[in-house]
Structure formats: C-alpha cells, structure tokens
Write a protein that binds this ligand. Structure first.
Ligand code: HEM
Length: 385
C-alpha cells in the first residue's frame, strides 16, 4: 500500500522523531542511496534529530546511539573506516567461516524439538553465534549481547539508553583485553588494522564493534525466518529446496519480504526532488524504504507481489532486483556472510526435516515491533523426519 501512496510520507518513530520515508521504485531507490545530498555524518544527524526532539519538548541525548562508525560517516572519511574494517573483514575470513556456520546450524537444527520455534531455536541464535565467533566474544557473554541488541532495536529511549550504555561498557573492556591478549578473531584484527599508517581510534573501534553486532544480527534473523516462512507456506517450495535452488530462494525472500524495511537515518543537506513528484526538504531526517523497492512492478512485472523462489534474477547482475543490502558507499559489508548463514540454516533444516510444516496459518504469525528490521517474533513449526 505504501508503494502506491506516493514516493514520500511522514512517519513518527517511537522516540517522537518525525522522519520522511521514501517509497520509490528500484532505480530511484538506488540512486537516492547513492546521492551525496543525503548525509550520514554522525554529528549532523545527531544535531538534526536532537533539535527536532527538543522543539517537541522531548530533549534526548543521542550521542551514545549515533557514533562515528562507518555507517554514520560520509566520504571521504568513510573510505578510511571501511578500508580499515574491510582489511580485517576480508572475504577470505568470511568464506573460511562457512564450515563452522554449517556445523553450528546443523547442531541447532538437531537440538530442535518436534514442536519448534524456528526463530528462538535457529534464526535468532545462529547469527548471534556467528558474529560472536567472528569478533571473538566469549560464549558466556552472548546472552547479554542479545538482550542489549534487542533493546537497542526498539528505538524506545527508555530501553535504548541503558542497553547501549551496558554494551559500550562491555565492549570497551573486551577491546582492552584484546589489546593485551590478541587472538586471531576480528576484534583483535580491528585493533591492529592499519591503512596508510592510520588506525581506528578507540571511539571508532568501539562504534565499529557495536555496528557489526547490531547490523549483523537481527537483519540475518529476519532473512532466515522470513525465508523459512515463505518456503514452508508456498506449496511445493520446501520440497523443491536443494543446494542448487536455495540461493535463488534466499534472493527472492530478500526481495519479497525484505528483512530490512527501511534504512537507518540519513539527513538531507540540500532539497531533493524525487522522480514521480514529491520532494525532500533540506534538513529532513530520511529513511529509505528497501522493502518497496523490491516490489517494483516495472522490474518484476505483474507478479511482483508474489513469492516465487524460482524467479529469475531481474537485472542480470549481483543486485538481483532488490536493494535489501543497500547500495552505493554504505552497501552492506556483511552481505556475503548473511547469505552464507541463510543458506546454512535453510539447508540444515531442509535436510533433516523434508516434511517440516508451519504449525499456524502464516497470516497469523506476528511480526516484531522494530522500525528498521522486519522479522517474525516466533515461527512455530511441526518438525517430523
Ligand atoms: C550496511 C542490510 C547483514 C554489516 C547495511 C545496509 C543495509 C544492510 C541495507 C546499508 C544501510 C544504509 O544505507 O543506511 C543487511 C541485511 C542483512 C545484513 C538485509 C542480513 C540479511 C549484515 C551482517 C553484517 C553486516 C551479517 C556483519 C557481520 C553491515 C555493515 C554496514 C551494513 C558494517 C555498514 C556499511 C557502511 O556503512 O559502509 N546492511 N545487512 N550486515 N551492514 Fe548489513
């Protein structure tokens, strides 16, 4: 419905902030994601958001929430941060995780009861275990990280502030520990990374670690959970799932039921006219809808609103007719890892439970209440070998 109500509308977030949400077709979404008139700069964003909240009589300190990670930095500084993180987050390091991800997924699936919740038993814990393994977070601390991440994603200040304080304190300690006792996990890699003599500052290290945990967690839970539901609810789709078809099924899920509804905030630093009418005024805080971009009928034709796991890639390139991982300078750094995780989770479940089915009508499944992520709260399934 959003896609047809014009390309830009206003929404109020749970913290009282008014944002403009754009709902454009795929090409226009991509060009907006790559438009230098939309800034991510942390200081500018914070000021714009805090001014607005203060005017509404809801003064809020956002300094702990929007820090200078690469996601909240513009070029040219963004390039330095991304290069430093990419040096530690290489595709070789990510690809090397594949066997461990598959093993963890198989163990989690083996531990599922016959009446299982696919979110609590698989889609949620797998990405958390993977990102903790990758960073080198001790096993006993993972549950706490989950609670903080979850609270931060609600965008409710009373939950966000204590959770981010707790996470900041915890990770600052862990970074110090890794400085003294380096291991071969990513956090130690980030501590040591150097590009042209530059290193990450302590604040950048901290916000990067937080970004990796937050960005890599619920998003991937959403991709796994949304794919499981779509495949189990579509006649014949679960049976047809195999190592050759799973890649296309994952892309179709990303397109049709994007685990990221809208991007995190951007700030307009100039007026922007949108194709098809509508405009973004300078100073506006903007979120760009990714979910609607994947439903573009000009790209996907009259069946754009159907889930078809065999749909051929519309655009013939790696972007596959959706913008679910973003576009341009902030294109998701973890997209390859997310796809490895989704493939491992779905194939582990399919191999062990070819007769799996949803235990409730998919229309009755509840979605979480997050602004950015689009995930099911629970997915009850009946698992019979
Ligand atoms: C950026 C989506 C998984 C790390 C982004 C952006 C999107 C996105 C849309 C751009 C946001 C913007 O333009 O404001 C997703 C989805 C995922 C996923 C849908 C899972 C299905 C991951 C994972 C990691 C990760 C597993 C890391 C472990 C990042 C980072 C950025 C990012 C570091 C910031 C890149 C930059 O600013 O240059 N992601 N993501 N993501 N993502 Fe992901």
């Amino acid at each position: 419905a959003l896609a047809r109500s014009g390309p830009v509308h206003t929404a109020e977030l749970p913290n009282g902030l008014e944002v403009l949400v754009t709902t454009l077709g795929l090409d226009a979404t991509r060009s907006l994601l790559n438009d230098s008139r939309l800034s991510k700069d942390a200081a500018g964003l914070r000021a714009a958001m805090q001014d607005q909240l203060a005017r509404k009589g809801r003064p809020t300190d956002l300094s702990r929430i929007i820090g200078p990670s690469m996601l909240n930095t513009d070029p040219p500084h963004h390039r330095k941060l991304r290069a430093l993180v990419s040096q530690a987050f290489t595709s070789r390091r990510v690809e090397a995780l594949r066997p461990a991800v598959e093993r963890t997924a198989a163990e989690m699936v083996a531990a599922l009861p016959a009446d299982a919740d696919l979110i609590a038993g698989l889609a949620f814990p797998l990405p958390l275990a993977v990102i903790c393994d990758l960073l080198g977070v001790p096993v006993e601390d993972r549950e706490r990280l989950h609670e903080w991440t979850s609270a931060m994603m609600t965008e409710r200040p009373e939950l966000v502030v204590p959770a981010s304080d707790a996470m900041v304190g915890y990770l600052a300690g862990l970074i110090e520990y890794k400085r003294d006792q380096p291991d071969d996990a990513l956090l130690s890699g980030l501590v040591q990374a150097q590009v042209d003599g530059d290193r990450l500052t302590p604040e950048e290290l901290l916000t990067t670690a937080i970004l990796l945990i937050v960005a890599g967690h619920e998003t991937t839970t959403g991709l796994i959970g949304n794919a499981a539901v779509a495949l189990l609810a579509t006649p014949g789709a679960w049976t047809a799932l195999n190592t050759d078809t799973v890649g296309a099924a994952i892309e179709e899920t990303a397109r049709w039921d994007s685990p990221v509804r809208v991007t995190p905030h951007y700030r307009a630093v100039a007026d922007i006219d949108l194709p098809g009418g509508g405009a973004i005024p300078e100073g506006a805080v903007v979120m760009i809808s990714l979910g609607t971009a994947g439903r573009d009928q000009e790209v996907h034709g009259p069946t754009a609103d159907w889930f078809d796991p065999t749909r051929a890639p519309a655009s013939g390139n790696a972007a596959l007719g959706h913008a679910t991982f973003g576009h341009g300078v902030h294109y998701c750094l973890g997209h390859h890892l997310a796809r490895i995780e989704a493939r491992a989770a779905l194939m582990a479940l399919r191999e062990r439970y070819p007769n799996a089915r949803l235990a409730v009508d998919p229309a009755d499944l509840e979605r979480g209440d997050k602004v950015v992520t689009n995930t099911f709260a629970t997915v009850p399934a009946r698992l019979e070998p």
